[in-house]
Unconditional design. Structure first.
Length: 571
């Protein structure tokens, strides 16, 4: 059934199965029939309840418990069919003895049934050994087997291999006996281990790295460290950055391989190169994680993320690194969804859905606790507007599509089904400096660098639009509201507009230290506004309490645009 896919039954056995089902249902009161039906029903239940992908081997294998019962029921049906045939001949002899020599026809019937079974078995044998066996040879590769054999033979040599090769089902399974331990390794420990192995190893080349026969940009690697007792450890390395991946490709082009691993058809599947402790492509600095704490279904913890680069142009690629913390085997067919959207327009600009790397965490490996880094790459659409972008991320069941509940921060917090993370900026060119410098510092965390204000006169009923340039000095743990007051020459308030930065879509608590934020505001001017000189006052306050943020070392809680007035023409 696995090699031939569906259906498992040919014509003869299928007819026997249908008849056998009727016979077992008719004789439900007998223990053997109840047992066969229960056996078959329990066996097919995992297949019926799973994701219906009939072309997938995994779906078919879920019904393996039902296979013996399936053929036993078919045998019951074929036996019942043979019994009915012989009873028909016997009854026919009683009703029309002159037309039939019972013994002769019974022998002919038995011979026909025997020949039918022989033909049926011959057809099945032909399908299995001739059709399906050759199909297997064409559809499946033995590359993973030969790669695992090579790695298991390196009993005194360290091997650095791509994570994609390590995760391949066959390779992962065959390496599990020699490398039952899965863990993390720090950068200092990594270099120390490589240096020590250069001195103490029994191998002429104590450490190697493997790359596919067709070179490509690999960024995630696993270091296999063998043990004298055959119980080695597979260490997950921090992901390579883009320059490190390029350095690896350059090293491959400049170095002759030590050997080439071949498959059963003598075709190259991987190249082996010497690995030194100070290789330029090895990670040398830790990832500057942005810490967070999100608990998915009490199974998986998200502890940090990092976006590279922090500023990107439309049409370019960016990378999101997510650090998962795993406490034990993850029992779930989980997928990761990522939605990319811009803050200003609240529109989705991209998305991805990919399997969660839980297959590394099978019970056969001792791996808890473990930090697991996932790498996601996005190409921004060329028409992406400038502004701040965020990722919306979560886990869901692949079969039901139901999202996993997530608790952010304290375990007593309410659950959600997503996490917002991974801020970055899309810019075609660096933002120009403000037209009017202000340099007003509010408290210890914010500076109003300046603004872009319109010049000339405005009419009543028009809108006064301008852009403020803010800069965060430190991380801000509050969301401040910007107030904008338009005052006449006597100091009377004539118009105002209050909102959080960027139309309430980019609160100050999301700003990074040193980040410059361009904040657009618009004040509708009253129709009865009289001609004259007006002044713009700008400040910040906490929306919950109304408490204003004072200028540093000053008693004032606002800044006036120095020397900037609006002249309104009544005509």
């Amino acid at each position: 059934t696995w090699l031939g896919q569906w259906p498992a039954l040919n014509v003869v056995s299928a007819v026997g199965f249908l008849i056998g089902l009727l016979v077992c249902l008719y004789h439900m009161k007998t223990a053997p029939c109840r047992f066969l039906l229960l056996w078959w029903a329990i066996g097919v239940t995992p297949t019926v309840l799973s994701r219906q992908d009939w072309a997938a081997t995994s779906t078919i294998l879920r019904g393996i418990v039902a296979w013996p019962a399936l053929f036993l029921i078919s045998g019951v049906g074929l036996t019942a069919l043979a019994d009915l045939s012989f009873k028909w001949i016997t009854n026919l002899r009683k009703t029309t003895p002159q037309l039939l020599n019972t013994d002769s026809h019974s022998n002919w019937l038995a011979a026909c049934l025997f020949l039918l079974l022989i033909a049926d078995g011959t057809m099945s044998a032909h399908n299995y050994f001739s059709v399906w066996a050759t199909t297997y040879d064409r559809r499946f590769s033995d590359d993973a087997v030969y790669l695992a054999q090579y790695l298991n033979a390196q009993t005194h040599r360290l091997s650095l291999i791509p994570l994609s090769a390590f995760k391949e089902n066959t390779t992962n399974l065959l390496l599990q006996t020699h490398y039952p331990n899965l863990g993390n390794i720090g950068l200092d420990t990594l270099h120390t281990l490589l240096e020590a192995n250069q001195l103490t190893s029994q191998e002429p080349v104590p450490a190697v790295y493997l790359t596919p026969a067709q070179p490509d940009s690999q960024t995630d690697f696993v270091l296999l460290v063998p043990s004298g007792n055959g119980r080695g450890t597979a260490y997950l390395l921090p992901p390579f950055t883009a320059p490190q991946a390029e350095a690896l490709l350059s090293q491959m082009r400049a170095t002759a391989p030590l050997s080439i691993i071949l498959n059963g058809k003598q075709a190259p599947i991987a190249r082996v190169y010497p690995l030194v402790a100070d290789a330029t492509f090895l990670p040398d600095e830790p990832i500057p994680w942005q810490p967070t704490q999100a608990n998915f279904n009490k199974e998986v913890w998200l502890t940090g993320y990092y976006v590279e680069p922090s500023v990107v142009k439309p049409g370019q690629m960016l990378t999101l690194y997510i650090n998962w913390q795993i406490q034990g085997p993850v029992d779930g067919d989980y997928y990761v969804f990522l939605h990319l959207f811009d803050v200003r327009h609240l529109q989705r600009r991209g998305q991805s859905n990919s399997p969660f790397n839980s297959m590394l965490l099978n019970p056969g490996r001792r791996s808890a606790p473990l930090d697991l880094v996932d790498t996601y790459r996005f190409w921004l659409p060329p028409d992406s507007p400038e502004g701040v972008y965020l990722f919306e991320m979560g886990l869901y069941h692949n079969f039901s599509l139901k999202r996993l509940p997530v608790v952010i921060g304290d375990v007593d917090q309410p659950t959600d089904d997503k996490v917002i993370l991974g801020k970055f900026h899309v810019q075609r060119e660096p933002p120009p400096p403000p037209q009017h410098a202000l340099g007003a510092q509010f408290g210890d965390s914010l500076i109003l660098i300046g603004g872009d204000f319109p010049e000339g006169s405005l009419l009543p009923g028009q809108t006064l639009s301008y852009t403020l340039h803010w800069q965060a000095i430190h991380s801000i743990n509050r969301n401040y509201t910007v107030f904008n007051h338009l005052l006449d020459a006597a100091g009377n308030l004539r118009a105002q507009q209050d909102s959080m930065p960027q139309e309430d879509r980019y609160p100050t608590s999301m700003w990074d230290p040193g980040e410059i934020v361009r904040d657009q505001h618009a004040i509708p001017l009253p129709l009865d506004l009289k001609p004259g000189q007006y002044t713009l006052r700008i400040g910040l306050y906490e929306p919950e309490t109304g408490q204003r943020l004072h200028l540093k070392n000053e008693a004032k809680d606002f800044v006036e645009v120095p020397g900037f007035h609006i002249t309104l023409d009544a005509d």
